[in-house]
Design a protein around this ligand. Structure first.
Ligand code: PLP
Ligand code: COI
Length: 345
């Protein structure tokens, strides 16, 4: 058991924002290879004005969390899957893969160096871990960089949606998130740039997030700007959209497993016509940042779909899934083999 203290932060009132911690991991790719990397204290990056990331957005990232468990260990959740997804993102963006085993080791070392920022068990907060990579050398013609930087920083965070487990409202936007044969399935910074105007517009109109439809036909549910979506049918089947243009959420894949193996529910990953949404009894968005946030209402150009679970509390299955997922992460529920990586005993 570790005897580490935690920083004096008001954990209960922490939002989802950047707070500088003491160390970050940095490794540089030059002359065709990654250097050994180092943990440094300087949070600033100096780069050329014509760096590829600044001109042509050659960058991708990952998001994961470290938790303090009920028995005061520090752990993180399925980092091998983030390493794999980052490798997929890098390949698509013509960037060199940071080896997956080194990715996991670097995450562990970065969290260890910032261990006092891992919030106490029961606080509801966690230490967000942000690995990312970008093309750093100057590039004028449209082509990939040849030099890259891989970094990991951490930041203590609270809930992504201020309302916590209070249901949120999604709206159907007039904007698309990802093109049919584009980059929707990877975690490229450019996907999030595309979502900035739609999210600001949604907030301006009083909605929490956008529920994007497939851009080819605008008839099928995809995901939100930063989370996948799950639905529950009247007979308790957990349904999630299948699409080649959404990000394969690790939280969603885990929730589907938990629904099937811990709750004994039927699960379906399939196309979800928007026309079917009114028939579901529960809806929630899921992701590392969002965890599992209930959706009470979807608004399609003035037409409201209010789920039977309502705007006051999560639906019954959403609540159970939330408790199981967070229980697995915090050590109160037995995890499937290989899901929990212990960072500090
Ligand atoms: N979809 C998008 C667009 C995201 O940005 C995220 C966040 O990472 C997710 C889904 C959820 O993925 P994960 O559960 O792996 O964090
Ligand atoms: C995450 O859940 O880790 C995300 O990256 C979502 C959002 C903060 C972009």
């Amino acid at each position: 058991m570790n005897t580490q203290t935690v920083k004096n932060i008001d954990w209960a009132n922490l939002g989802f924002g950047y707070i500088k911690t003491d160390y970050r991991f940095v490794s540089n790719f030059k002359d065709g290879k990654w250097d050994e990397g180092a943990l440094i204290t300087d949070e600033n990056i100096v780069m050329n004005e014509c760096a590829c990331v600044l001109q042509y957005a050659q960058t991708c990232f990952e998001g994961m969390k470290a938790y303090r468990t009920v028995d005061n260990k520090v752990v993180c959740f399925r980092p091998d899957l983030n390493a794999k997804r980052m490798a997929d993102s890098c390949s698509y963006l013509e960037m060199p893969v940071f080896p997956e085993d080194r990715f996991v080791d670097a995450v562990v070392e970065t969290v260890k160096k910032n261990i006092d920022y891992v919030p106490p068990y029961g606080s509801g907060a966690s230490l967000y871990i942000r690995p990312y990579m970008f093309g750093i050398n100057p590039v004028m013609g449209v082509k990939p960089a040849s030099e890259f930087q891989f970094r990991i920083f951490t930041s203590p965070v609270g809930p992504y949606f201020k309302k916590g487990l209070k249901p949120i409202t999604l709206r159907i936007p007039d904007f698309d998130r990802a093109a049919p044969h584009g980059s929707g399935h990877i975690k490229a910074g450019l996907n999030y740039a595309m979502s900035l105007h739609p999210i600001v517009d949604a907030h301006r109109q009083g909605f929490n997030e956008n529920m994007y439809l497939d851009s080819a036909t605008r008839t099928k549910v995809e995901e939100t700007g930063g989370a996948n979506i799950i639905f529950v049918t009247g007979d308790n089947t957990v349904v999630t959209p299948k699409s080649s243009t959404i990000l394969p959420s690790i939280t969603r894949r885990s929730l589907m497993y938990v629904a099937e193996h811990y709750l004994g529910l039927k699960t379906e990953e399939r196309e979800v016509p928007f026309a079917e949404v009114k028939d579901f009894k529960e809806c929630a968005v899921c992701g590392t940042a969002a965890v599992l946030s209930p959706v009470g209402k979807v608004v399609d150009h003035g037409k409201e779909i209010l789920f039977p679970s309502g705007m006051e509390k999560p639906g019954e299955i959403t609540q159970k899934l939330y408790e199981l997922l967070t229980g697995i992460q915090l050590g109160t529920v037995k995890a499937p083999d290989g899901w929990i990586k212990v960072i500090q005993e």
